[in-house]
Structure formats: C-alpha cells, structure tokens
Design a protein around this ligand. Sequence first.
Ligand code: GLU
Length: 280
Amino acid sequence: MSGPVFRFAPSPTGRLHRGHAFSALTAWRACKAARGEFRLRIEDIDQIRCRPEFEAGVIEDLAWLGLTWDGPVLRQSGRGAAYQAALDRLAEQGLAYRCFRTRREVAEAMTRAPHGQETVFFGERLPERDERSRLETGEAFAWRLDARAAAGRTGALDFLETGSGPAGETGRQAVLPGSAGDIVLARRDIGVAYHLAVVVDDAFQGVTTVVRGCDLFGATHVQRLLQALLGLSAPTYHHHRLLVGEDGKRYAKRDRAETLQALRERGVTPARLIAELDLD
Ligand code: GLU
C-alpha cells in the first residue's frame, strides 16, 4: 500500500501572504510527520485573474520557506479534458443541467425564495424545446449540479474531519448534500468551476489528506458529494484555523496583506516568520 499524500493548492491570483505560508507549512509539516508525499497544484482555471508571474511567485515563496514537493507541479489550466469527462459523466447521469440565468437573475431568484433571503440557489432544467432554442441563439449558460437529484442518488454520505470546521466540527461529519444548492460545475466563461476541478485533481494526484483553511469546510460537503457521484475515493480532511492579523481580521489578498515577498525584502528570515506564525 502506498503512503499518505498531501497537497497545497494555491490560486495564483496574487502574491502569497502570511495566511498562505501558515496553510502551506501546516500541510507540509503534517505530511512530513506522516512520512507522506507532498504535491503542489496550481489552481489557475481562471485565466483572467491568474497570472504567470504570480505562479512564479508561488514557487519562489515556497522555496524560500524551505518547502519541497514530490513529482511535477500540476496546473489546472492543462486539465480541461479531465474536467470535461467528469462533467459529461454527471450530465449523462442526469445530474447536471444547463442554467441560462445571469448572475443577477440567480441573485433575484434567491430573494424571491419562500424563506425570503436564501443563501443558496436551486434552479431547474429547462424544457427541452426551450433549451434547444436558447442554444441555437448562442445564449451563454453554466452547468449546474442538480443537488436534490444527486442527494437521492448517493444516499447518506460522510467525511472524516481531523481538524475542525469554523464551529468546531470534528470527527465524522454527515454530508449535507443540499447545503450549497445547485452549485456551478462549469462556469460559462472558463468551462469548469472550483469544486469539480478540485475533486477531479485530488483524485488524480492520489491525495489522501486535504489540509486547508476552515473557510473551505463548507465546500467539503459539496466535494464529498461530487466524489461519490464520480466514483472517486474520499480523502480525509483537516481544516485548520485561519491566521488573523493584529486587527483580528484574517489575512486576505483583497485587503492587501503584506506579501511574503515584501517580508523577505525587508529582511525577515523564514525562521523568524515561521516562529511568528505559531503553527499548531
Ligand atoms: N485554490 C484554493 C485557494 O487558493 C484552495 C483550494 C483547496 O485547498 O481546496 O483558496
């Protein structure tokens, strides 16, 4: 039997900051403690937001932190055929449908829902004739998962959480299959969306343990469902706390958190940063 496989899967939409360093080092240390293999995956499906210089930055920053990985770097931008095959499989099972609603229409449908402000969206497949005529006029659409049909197909599912979710969830977690609604499987602009790409690639890379921030705990419910529908094995999950700055707010690219590059340029050493991160 082969050993455990861990991964770090950043999206190169900016330079890495302390929050990324915390996440990457948490995963890498867990991997080393388990004598596992470590994979690096560049989640660059969104070719508008992702840039080659940010990918180069990821490699540079990880090397600076002293992190190493096994095997080649996997780039999601080169994995379109695998995502398409997974999408076809879901569509053939009647579990994916074309959704022609715009972002605004989806938001409006959510406010009109019976309980007022819904946070998730459930749509529906259009009647065939209607769908055909929209396709003929070249109207854009996204592929969505029919979450209710999917839940009926798999029966009860669970996943093992060895870290904790945002509300302290730990241990065996029952999957809430409709918790995210009819998620987008393939975006109209880039042909695939986050959840589908992640489950296909975690399986492809043989990942046995997913270590990531607890902001992605909710995503695990959807991802576990997709794994079951696609016949993929389920990794164990370890969600870690999110690193917060002195202001109590989590580090984020959009808040212009100080980058590892900037830290390095002002003379901070990896050892000092690692000590400061106070890894669990
Ligand atoms: N690419 C995602 C991010 O940078 C992480 C995905 C994951 O770990 O599942 O936030």
